[in-house]
Design a protein around this ligand. Structure first.
Ligand code: ADP
Ligand code: MG
Length: 242
């Protein structure tokens, strides 16, 4: 069998970390706080992965590096096959907008916009009249899918925190990302709503053939995914594969 070697500037995974390390320097000192220590990690196709770890273990840092919101101190991040350090800021922003959906612990909905307008916001940079109706139809379909059909004209202050977070999930899906990143997506919710949002993330990622990466300190949420890693002392270890 003849294998074509894959060069260092491409990857076949949706997202890949090659020896990623991250440290923060303490201002005014030479002291470095090492958060991620030479991590290798891949997300492929329809993977559904959770990374668990206590507060301060580096979960958000890791997710933000995959999401190109932060840069690693060393190592290479590949997204959709391309080494991200070969892209300029504009190319990175465009890739992020098309390729990644992001859900955070807080919903960050815009208070002045109604639910539907909030959901449509990420589609504005690529606004194109020919597919505008299709985009609105998709938004309405997804809003109904998460059980908020009656609320699409309401503003965030008229919705519960759980409903706002379900809206934020729809907003993350509107551009049909291939990779959905969720940072403590149930962290601000009570147990019942946390269960609803966790289940929706897993179900929607399956229905729409997206890979899902959740970072969380909730084992309950992590158990809903197929693979589950622990982040500790800067290292990632595989705990379980279903
Ligand atoms: P987690 O999400 O697991 O709670 P974080 O990734 O937010 O952890 O943080 C990991 C460590 O990195 C913490 O010690 C935190 O204080 C530190 N850290 C995170 N972001 C910064 C930053 N911008 N500047 C300095 N230190 C940071
Ligand atoms: Mg965090």
């Amino acid at each position: 069998m003849y294998h074509i070697p894959i060069p260092d500037t491409v990857s076949t995974a949706l997202a890949e970390f090659k020896t990623i390390s991250k440290y923060f320097e303490q201002p005014g000192t030479a002291i470095r706080n090492h958060v991620l220590d030479s991590i290798n990690f891949q997300i492929c196709g329809n993977d559904s992965i959770a990374i668990v770890g206590p507060s301060g273990s580096g979960k958000s840092t890791l997710l933000n590096i995959i999401g190109t919101l932060e840069k690693a101190s060393s190592g290479i991040v590949f997204l959709n096959g391309t080494a991200t350090d070969t892209l300029n800021e504009k190319e990175l922003a465009s890739l992020r907008n098309r390729f990644i959906g992001h859900v955070f612990q807080q919903h960050y909905l815009i208070p002045q916009l109604n639910l539907l307008e909030n959901v449509l916001l990420p589609t504005l940079p690529g606004k194109n009249r020919s597919n505008h109706k299709e985009t609105i139809d998709r938004a309405l379909y997804l809003i109904e899918r998460v059980g908020l059909k009656e609320h699409s004209q309401k503003r965030p202050y008229q919705l519960s925190v759980g409903e706002c977070q379900r809206t934020a999930v729809v907003r993350a899906l509107i551009n049909k990302p291939r990779l959905l990143l969720a940072d403590e997506p149930t962290g601000s919710l009570d147990a019942e709503n946390a269960g609803i949002v966790g289940k929706l993330l897993v179900e929607l990622s399956r229905e729409h053939q997206m890979a899902l990466l959740i970072v969380t300190h909730s084992l309950e949420l992590a158990k809903q995914t197929n693979q589950f890693y622990r982040l500790s002392s800067g290292k990632l270890s595989l705990m379980q594969t279903l």
